[in-house]
Design a protein around this ligand. Structure first.
Ligand SMILES: [Zn+2]
Ligand SMILES: [Zn+2]
Length: 385
């Protein structure tokens, strides 16, 4: 094992830094090593080093030992980093979780340390129709989660047994203190009780229904309020509807993952809504007023004479409701596309034959222009200038 670095050097403070300065230095430096901003592969090691430096220097007794005897003095006294001080840094919670895998003991209130653990989060997948996603919906779902066992009220102990018994090793404290006497004073270490795993109680006579787990499967109907604008991939959190924790631990959350079905007419891109409207040749040539379907009702769109097939009409703020922003919408884009009819009535055919004749006469007038164009085109193809 290499020689540990000097604690003052690690935190970049002077040897007579005040308690406040020590704290400030640690917070600042810890933030610098947040994995979201610092991609240094050694970030974890450096963070742990800083934690140890802070733990020692923030404790007047340990600091005194360190100042007098250095790292050897601390080791000789049986010092081990405990990270207990992290409860004083709730703002560094995420950082701690990143490096230690899971929140530190004080993440949900220090009093819970060694107490019942939180239950698991659960996932539920829900399919929605396109229009339900647009307008929002109320959906009843049926889930299965672990609830507190009704036979033992979640304690895990057989109902007649008088509940869990106090652990005799820690006398219900859930933690044990070990004091080591050294020439430079005594050190007290606190660690979770190994016999009861920090629970403070032990189940002597397990409940027959849940086999001492304190929880059992339960089917449950839930009413979901789905806001307008949700999309495939939107995740709704239902607090407290995950599994309860063992031994009366608090419940995890339920996450509902949404998947939205396609719509035959509307397509979405972000919060913009797209629709294709089929129109006739005469509507494009002569102009017209057409009615297009909207998410609610219809809207009239004016086609100007001479509009090309493929033209897009945009209606601002008439698209998809923006999630959690009441009254705000994306845009609506309607594309007019020429539909060429395959079947014609006799009268339509007669008129079109006439039109065709007129069109060819119109083209004949441009004969000179056309032939010169063809000539020019051939020149280009043959490589002439
Ligand atoms: Zn039970
Ligand atoms: Zn115990």
């Amino acid at each position: 094992m290499s020689t540990p670095r000097d604690y003052y050097e690690i935190l970049e403070i002077s040897r007579n830094a005040s308690a406040e300065e020590v704290k400030k230095a640690f917070r600042k430096k810890a933030r610098e090593y947040h994995p979201d901003v610092n991609k240094d592969p050694n970030a974890e090691g450096i963070f742990k080093e800083m934690g140890e430096a802070y733990e020692v220097l923030s404790d007047p007794q340990k600091r005194q030992v360190y100042d007098a005897y250095g790292h050897e003095g601390l080791r000789g006294g049986g010092y081990q980093p405990s990270w207990d001080f992290m409860q004083g840094f709730p703002d560094l919670n995420d950082l701690f979780a990143q490096f230690f895998g899971g929140g530190f003991p004080g993440a949900e209130g220090y009093a819970q340390r060694g107490g019942p653990s939180r239950g698991e989060d659960l996932r539920f997948d829900l399919d929605l129709d396109f229009m339900e996603a647009m307008s929002g919906a109320n959906k009843e779902i049926e889930i299965t989660h672990l609830a507190h066992c009704s036979a033992c009220q979640g304690t895990g102990a057989s109902p007649g047994s008088g509940g869990p018994a106090v652990c005799q090793t820690c006398m219900g404290q859930g933690q044990i203190r070990q004091t080591t006497q050294t020439i430079i004073g005594h050190f007290t270490q606190i660690s979770p009780c190994p016999r009861c795993q920090g629970q403070g109680t032990m189940i002597v006579d397990p409940c027959k229904t849940c086999h001492g787990k304190g929880r059992q499967q339960e089917n449950r109907k839930l009413n979901l309020n789905i806001p307008p604008g949700v999309d495939t991939g939107t995740r709704l959190r239902v607090a407290g509807e995950g599994n309860v924790g063992p031994q009366n631990g608090p419940a995890g959350d339920l996450y509902v993952f949404l998947s939205i079905k396609e719509h035959p007419f509307f397509k979405r891109d972000g919060y913009d809504l797209y629709a294709t409207v089929l129109v006739t040749y005469s509507q494009l040539v002569l102009g017209d007023e057409i009615e297009v379907p909207m998410l609610k009702g219809t809207e009239k769109i004016k086609i100007q004479p001479g509009t090309q097939s493929g033209a897009v009409f945009t209606l601002k703020n008439r698209g998809i409701p923006i999630l959690n922003s009441p009254g705000q919408h994306g845009h609506y884009h309607a594309q007019v596309v020429l539909e060429v009819p395959k079947k014609l009535s006799n009268e339509e055919r007669k008129l079109l034959e006439k039109l065709k004749l007129l069109e060819s006469e119109r083209l004949d007038q441009h004969q000179v222009h056309s032939s010169s164009f063809v000539h020019r085109f051939k020149e280009v193809l043959s490589g002439g200038a």
